[in-house]
Design a protein around this ligand. Structure first.
Ligand code: SF4
Ligand code: SF4
Length: 372
């Protein structure tokens, strides 16, 4: 494959999803709905080998996520290994399980960056959306991160329930000393797709939230950088998902399945190679899964002849599949897609005034995962 690999891009970042276990039960969780049916977690040795192989391929950033990565007792050892190889290391955590001893060990291991998720500015909504009592705990973790000299990066997933609290969420971030606040509107995959009707905001909520964010930005300047990501259901063009399939992103799931995109497990017929069975280099360059939507050879109309195809790469393959039943279609978020009307229908259906047929939210849990 010398000729082919010479022209193919290298992975820039590795997302190591260490475990699907998590003490929280978020209604918008991005983990696959069938997470409980996947195989055993990789052991420490296999993770170390995978991290080494990713670095040899050229990856420079590593994210440790899950589930809740703090549930892995070998997290510190894996961080130390990645750091020693020259990776910039990120921990993406709910914060549950982080205490003084643990953060000191993570610091000694060389951890560069921590991102803590908060669900809302109120105890009621935080605890409802996660089906736990973790509000105070998360605030204490945020303070702990700051006290240990890390930049305080808070992430809050937005949806119909907490968009009206946007000013209070920003106030909370400022009170906690956040340096960055990532306000990420829900992406409809995994458990969020199951709960889409309940989570979908109105255009009015989004407009008001964006105005509030802009007011705060003008007032607080560089004290806290606020990132506000508009949900693509309200756009006319799709996001450049993963900056292109098999282009910069390499994910590895807890059971070793290699993922060209976080949500790739949702695509039927896509056989995901496993790091237990195939060298990572071969997975990246040669596997069917990583080549399935690489470049633009797979595109059909309207993407095939579109002059924007190198900008957005036709959007998200998983969203195309979830909304059209065919992963090779243009992402229906695009106004040029013949299926674009499904986006508007989904928004209208979710915000209809009479909601007698509404079913309860399905929280992410092992029991629900096995039942679905
Ligand atoms: S979104 Fe919530 S339930 Fe899912 S992994 Fe993160 S903290 Fe756990
Ligand atoms: S038609 Fe395809 S390539 Fe063109 S803008 Fe829409 S999604 Fe992007």
């Amino acid at each position: 494959m010398a000729t082919a690999t010479a022209v193919l891009p290298k992975p820039l970042w590795l997302l190591a999803e260490l475990t699907y276990r998590c003490p929280l039960h978020c209604a918008f969780c991005y983990n696959p709905v069938d997470f409980a049916r996947h195989g055993e977690e990789l052991d420490t040795g296999t993770w170390r080998a995978t991290i080494t192989a990713a670095r040899e391929l050229g990856a420079a950033q590593i994210g440790f996520s899950g589930g809740e990565p703090l549930l892995r007792g070998d997290l510190e050892a894996l961080i130390a290994h990645a750091r020693q190889l020259g990776f910039y290391t990120n921990l993406i955590t709910s914060g549950i399980g982080l205490n003084v001893e643990r953060i000191e060990r993570l610091k000694t291991a060389g951890l560069d960056h921590i991102q803590v998720s908060m669900q809302d500015s109120t105890r009621e909504l935080n605890d409802f959306l996660t089906s736990t009592r973790t509000f105070e705990l998360k605030r204490n973790v945020a303070r702990l991160v700051k006290a240990h000299g890390y930049p305080m990066v808070l992430n809050c997933v937005l949806h119909r329930f907490n968009l009206p609290h946007i000013a209070q969420i920003i106030d909370m971030a400022l009170e906690l000393g956040a340096d960055y606040l990532e306000l990420a509107n829900t992406q409809y995959y995994g458990w969020a797709m199951l709960n889409r009707d309940q989570l979908m905001p109105t255009a009015e909520q989004l407009r008001e939230a964006e105005e509030t964010v802009n007011r705060y930005r003008a007032r607080i300047g560089e004290r806290c950088r606020i990132l506000f990501v508009v949900p693509d259901y309200f756009e006319q063009r799709p996001k450049a998902c993963m900056s292109g399939w098999g282009s910069v992103f390499l994910g590895v799931a807890p059971d070793g399945a290699a993922l060209p995109c976080h949500a790739a497990r949702a695509l039927p017929g896509l056989v995901l190679p496993n790091v237990r069975d195939m060298p990572l280099r071969q997975i990246w360059y040669e596997s069917k899964a990583f080549n399935a939507f690489r470049g633009d050879g797979w595109m059909r109309e309207p993407c095939r002849s579109c002059d924007e195809r190198h900008t957005d790469h036709g959007g998200c393959r998983c969203q195309a599949y979830l909304l059209t039943g065919n992963a090779a279609e243009a992402d229906p978020v695009c106004s040029k897609s013949p299926h674009h009307g499904r986006i508007a229908q989904a928004v209208e259906f979710a915000i209809r005034p009479t909601r007698d047929d509404e079913r309860p939210i399905v929280f992410r849990s092992r029991q629900n995962s096995l039942a679905l």
